[in-house]
Design a protein around this ligand. Structure first.
Ligand SMILES: [Fe+2]
Length: 253
């Protein structure tokens, strides 16, 4: 059984459609989504509608901000959150459809679990908002607290940086970045936290959409090119959305 695990679509319809097409071409029927379907990008409603029927869909910090209030957000992200909320609420759309979207958003869980696998957006100890960055590998307290909360495997997103944290037999944590030519991780008996990267706003210098496929004990990262210029032009036409949200799609930063 193959499962595609995606995260951080960020309302980028072109990247999302390219990834869904690639998943379909691989014959994969099961898709898990780790949150941040919306925020930053120009097509929140369209992306929410595509994400609604996945068997696992989690609440990311951007969903949390749209439902409640945008605390801890920089100005560009906060402006995008306000625009996203207004767009979902716009009278230009069917009212019943809008209510359905809000109901669905309001019910998204912060975590999900299947067998020995935990799914979160951020980290096990703070599922929507905490970042576990590659440099945190040396932060014993942070990594120990997070690894103590998982039985075996955790999948996360949030940092938009694909890579794997692994716990050695001595308790030491090792970080494996995902790079071209090194796009697979074999799950062993060791505990691991696997960051699946971002579909709609990669920040590892590669501007292609990123997602993973889990098959048995093998996690394979896939990078999918898409026409980012279309998404960039949509963002640039929406005055309230900061220009950096367009230019970073080209840079992959
Ligand atoms: Fe995100």
């Amino acid at each position: 059984m193959k499962t595609a695990i995606i995260s951080d679509v960020h309302a980028n319809l072109e990247a999302f459609q390219a990834v869904l097409k690639d998943i379909e071409n691989k014959g994969i029927k099961e898709i898990f989504c780790l949150g941040d379907v919306i925020g930053y990008g120009p097509n929140p409603r369209e992306c929410l509608k595509l994400a609604k029927d996945f068997p696992i869909s989690l609440r990311g910090n951007h969903e949390e901000a749209v439902i409640f209030i945008s605390i801890d957000f920089r100005e560009d992200a906060a402006n995008a959150i306000e625009w996203t909320r207004d767009t979902i609420n716009s009278n230009a759309y069917n009212k019943d459809e809008t209510n359905d979207l809000w109901d669905w958003l309001g019910e998204l869980p912060r975590i999900d679990e299947r067998d020995d696998m935990l799914f979160v957006h951020g980290t096990p100890r703070e599922p929507t908002r905490e970042y576990l960055r590659p440099t945190d590998v040396t932060d014993k307290e942070k990594t120990n607290e997070n690894f103590d909360l998982i039985r075996h495997i955790c999948f996360c997103g949030h940092t938009h940086e694909p890579g794997v944290f692994e716990e050695g037999p001595d308790g030491k944590k090792i970080y494996y970045p995902i790079r071209p030519g090194k796009n697979m991780y074999r799950i062993t008996e060791k505990k691991c936290i696997i960051n699946v990267g971002s579909v709609g706003q990669p920040r590892d210098g590669d501007n292609r959409a990123c997602y993973v496929v889990l098959e048995n004990n093998i996690v394979t990262y896939h990078r999918i090119p898409y026409d980012h210029k279309i998404t960039m032009n949509k963002i640039l036409k929406i005055e309230i959305l900061p220009k950096i949200l367009a230019t970073r799609l080209e840079a992959g930063r």
